[in-house]
Ligand binder design. Structure first.
Ligand SMILES: Cc1cc2nc3c(=O)[nH]c(=O)nc-3n(C[C@H](O)[C@H](O)[C@H](O)COP(=O)(O)OP(=O)(O)OC[C@H]3O[C@@H](n4cnc5c(N)ncnc54)[C@H](O)[C@@H]3O)c2cc1C
Length: 503
């Protein structure tokens, strides 16, 4: 996975995460799921209320989901995410022992932890004889002797609800110090028994519940006990980002809009991490919607980038001088010709120069007008070793490798994860081949940086560090700045990075 950049990283591969992954994989998005393997319902032997999957085990459900997303190229890795950091056009996710990877977007689908009351024998029966939701497990204990252990006044709702599954119900109010008269009246009106004494133990054979013991030692026989947990969303890895939260009586959760977007436009969330009431089908549905929303937002971004560059070229007769970049020429003149890929080739001057100097050259650009001009220039010069490909660097994929991958001034005022694009470029370099990056290291003198965006100028050494290529596989041949004078006599400071692939 080293150096790979993704369209979306999904943190959490439970119901919500895999559901979003299915949508994104089928939308041909490069999707990575990082999952620590502890879905909330893992304590239960069977899952109910899920159309088409009623009664299967949670583990079987996740295994099926993983197999389904794998068919669409989604990668699922085991790991625990510890931190998410945001950049202008990307999000970096750190997991396990400091490994990190970047994406254009992130979906948080980490679910929640059920905090349970401190009563002997309760935790080990969670998901078996101790139940959280009558819709999920009420049918299986219908007409039995059902208990409800109140953990907060909010759980009164659950106490009234459970009566739907059995006429024999006992509500234990001791943990919250009793309930008011009106609430007690409503329950008694439906034949529900109320016990105000504190429950101190839950007992029963291997995971099941056969009763509870009260503070006085009295035992009350039961077939199942319903307990409302305190939901704690798993989102500490974004705490430092200060994303907006919504506080309610249930807890504090990340705020999301109808598309699942948090207050950061590249971070989304779905499932129990933002909606503690969501059962499996609800989490699945919400996350499918979020998956589609993420794809729609990326499509919008891709379209904006293509439109910007196409307007840039189509808006004038010719944008560039037609001369190759002299820094590129200087560096490449020392290399033995082979196959070359020129990323962001514009009107093709560098690609044409490469072809004229013995290289089998391919130029790639996002603008149809630029590609058309490059192709026309090539045929009018009678060059047959240059070809041009129309593609967006954010989404372009290829298995082909080249002896030289070069890119000059790959700076974009519209969303482009430059480092991700350069890492993709590095993956296309053959063993023994070179990656050449020529960039603006500083604004032209006198420009005061006008018309340039802030993170455009990066010192070559800093960029090498940001690329974080494996030093065992890459050797730095050049990491320097060079001055270049243009045809209009303005000098520029170019950053030059030439890396050789060792293995
Ligand atoms: C005991 C019990 C039984 C239930 N039974 C049913 C039922 O029968 N039917 C039903 O519809 N609903 C049931 N539910 C509810 C169901 O569990 C939730 O609806 C569902 O799990 C929500 O899915 P999710 O994807 O949001 O969270 P989860 O399914 O909990 O998935 C979250 C995933 O994120 C991973 N994760 C967490 N933190 C990190 C991190 N930092 N890095 C990487 N990965 C991380 C976890 O390992 C987990 O795999 C039950 C709940 C409980 C507690």
């Amino acid at each position: 996975m080293e150096n790979t950049s993704w369209d979306t990283i999904i943190i959490g591969g439970g119901t919500a995460g895999l559901s979003a992954a299915l949508m994104l994989g089928r939308a041909r998005r490069r999707t990575l799921v990082i999952d620590s393997g502890t879905p909330r319902n893992r304590f239960a032997g069977h899952m109910h209320g899920v159309l088409g999957h009623d009664g299967i085990s949670p583990a079987e459900f996740i295994a099926r989901g993983r197999a389904e997303v794998a068919q669409y190229g989604v990668e699922v890795v085991s790991g625990e995410v510890s931190r998410v950091d945001t950049g202008e056009a990307s999000v970096t996710v750190t997991y396990d022992r400091g490994a990190s990877t970047t994406a254009r977007s992130v979906i948080i689908a980490t679910g929640l932890v059920d905090e349970l009351p401190d009563v002997a024998g309760l935790t080990e029966r969670w998901g078996k004889g101790v139940l959280h939701c009558p819709y999920c497990h009420g049918w299986e204990v219908r007409d039995g002797r059902l208990g409800v252990l109140l953990t907060s006044p909010l759980a009164l709702h659950q106490a009234e609800l459970v009566r739907q599954w059995s006429p024999t119900e006992t509500v234990f109010t001791g943990l919250i110090g009793g309930i008011d008269k009106a609430a007690a009246h409503r329950l008694r009106a439906r034949g529900v028994e109320i016990v105000d004494e504190r429950v101190v133990e839950v007992f029963g054979e291997s995971g099941s519940v056969s009763g509870v013991r009260l503070e006085s030692g009295t035992k009350v026989s039961l077939d199942a006990l319903f307990v409302g947990s305190t939901p704690r969303p798993i989102d500490s890895f974004v705490a430092h980002l200060g994303l907006s939260r919504t506080d309610s009586a249930v807890g504090s959760f990340l705020t999301t809009d109808a598309m699942g977007t948090t207050s950061h436009r590249r971070i989304f969330a779905a499932g129990n991490v933002v909606d503690p009431r969501a059962t499996v089908p609800m989490a699945m549905g919400a996350a499918a919607g979020v998956g589609a929303a993420v794809n729609a937002i990326l499509v919008q971004e891709d379209t904006e980038a293509a439109t910007f560059w196409e307007e840039r070229y189509a808006g004038s007769e010719r944008v560039w001088s037609g001369h190759p970049n002299s820094t590129m020429v200087d560096v490449v003149s020392d290399l033995n010709p082979g196959t070359a890929l020129d990323l962001g080739c514009g009107e093709g001057a560098d690609t044409v120069w490469l072809a004229q100097n013995g290289w089998d050259a391919t130029g790639l650009d996002i603008s149809p007008t630029a590609i058309a001009r490059a192709t026309t220039a090539t045929s009018s010069l009678g060059i047959d070793r240059a070809r041009f490909v129309l593609a967006d660097l954010s989404t372009w994929r290829s298995d082909q490798v080249f002896d030289l991958v070069t890119t000059s001034f790959l700076h974009s005022p519209v969303a482009l994860d430059r480092i991700a694009a350069l890492r993709q470029a590095a993956e296309r370099v053959a063993v023994g081949g070179h990656l050449l990056i020529v960039s603006h290291a500083a604004p032209p003198p006198g420009s005061g940086g006008a018309h340039h965006h802030a993170d455009m100028f990066v010192a070559p050494a800093d960029e090498v560090r940001m690329l974080a290529l494996d030093p065992a596989r890459w050797e730095a041949v050049l990491t320097e700045t060079r001055q270049r004078t243009t045809t209009t006599d303005v000098w520029h400071e170019d950053g030059v990075i030439l890396l050789r692939r060792l293995s």
